[in-house]
Design a protein around this ligand. Structure first.
Ligand SMILES: [Fe+2]
Ligand SMILES: [Fe+2]
Length: 276
């Protein structure tokens, strides 16, 4: 597979006057096998930024939603206005009722649309829980087994149950993998499954060890010091050519990763292009 991936939604924008930053994540993927959109941001930036970077959303062959959180799924309705009927790949837990609690305040953080509304605008949902080939060399992780001892998830992300709030294990967290001659290009959503669990699983499923690039949210920003340090030490053991962290990595952890990866590190913000 050949082409390029352009970040359309991310927490920061530099130099591109007219493009908008938001706490969110979306990547437009143009390939010789068709165009895809991975995530949609929270909905304020996607249309503006697609126009700014001259990405025609009506050409999209499929939309992939990494997980149910609003900062990844909130732009879906506006994208559908541009695409019309289109396949939407996601885990079946996409519509769950999920919350975060910060400073004692409950906040709904799930997808802000009902399934029927999205379907009436053209969404053709293709749910998966297992590793899936969307098309040759474009692979979706499905549920990632949680194997490391130190990646314990985020206890502030919750589901409502009869017993009150319970921690959301976010089994719906999926990662997109593009297999290229240069190696794997791994596009993370928020890495709620744990970035090391994800990398181990992707290597196991593809049989490829060479990672040309990793981009996306690592969720190491809000992680505990223990998770952060152990993840960074484990990351260094993989064969990674470039790491372009984004979104929920946070600035402090990005600086730590820069110290470790130096010339292999890059900022991956709105407008960043990765050659596939
Ligand atoms: Fe996120
Ligand atoms: Fe998330």
């Amino acid at each position: 597979m050949k082409g390029k991936a352009t970040v359309l939604c991310e927490n920061c924008v530099f130099s591109n006057i007219g493009a908008i930053a938001e706490h969110g994540w979306a990547v437009f993927i143009e390939t010789n096998q068709g165009n895809y959109l991975f995530d949609t941001g929270q909905g304020k930036a996607i249309i503006n930024n697609a126009r700014y970077f001259k990405k025609d959303l009506s050409t999209i062959k499929g939309i992939i939603i990494s997980h149910h959180h609003m900062d990844h799924s909130g732009g879906l309705l506006s994208v559908l206005e541009e695409t019309g009927k289109v396949n939407v790949y996601s885990h079946p837990d996409l519509f769950k009722d999920s919350y975060s609690i910060r400073g004692g305040n409950e906040k709904f953080i799930g997808i802000p649309f009902r399934r029927e509304v999205l379907e009436s605008r053209g969404a053709k949902f293709k749910f998966n829980t297992d590793f899936k080939e969307i098309e040759p060399n474009l692979l979706l992780s499905g549920e990632v087994p949680r194997k490391t001892k130190f990646e314990k998830g985020d206890k502030r992300l919750l589901l409502k149950s009869k017993k009150g709030y319970v921690k959301d294990p976010i089994f719906d967290d999926q990662t997109l993998v593009i297999s290229t001659k240069k190696g794997l290009i791994i596009i993370l959503g928020c890495s709620h499954a744990g970035i090391i669990n994800i990398l181990n699983y992707v290597i196991q499923k593809t049989g490829q060890q060479n990672i040309h690039a990793i981009i996306g949210g690592t969720h190491l920003g809000p992680a505990t010091e223990e998770i952060k340090e152990k993840s960074i030490q484990a990351l260094k053991k993989f064969d990674i050519e470039k790491i372009g962290v984004s979104h929920c990595t946070g600035l402090e952890t990005s600086m730590r990763l820069f110290q470790e990866f130096r010339d292999r590190f890059f900022f991956c913000n709105v407008g960043t292009v990765i050659e596939i």
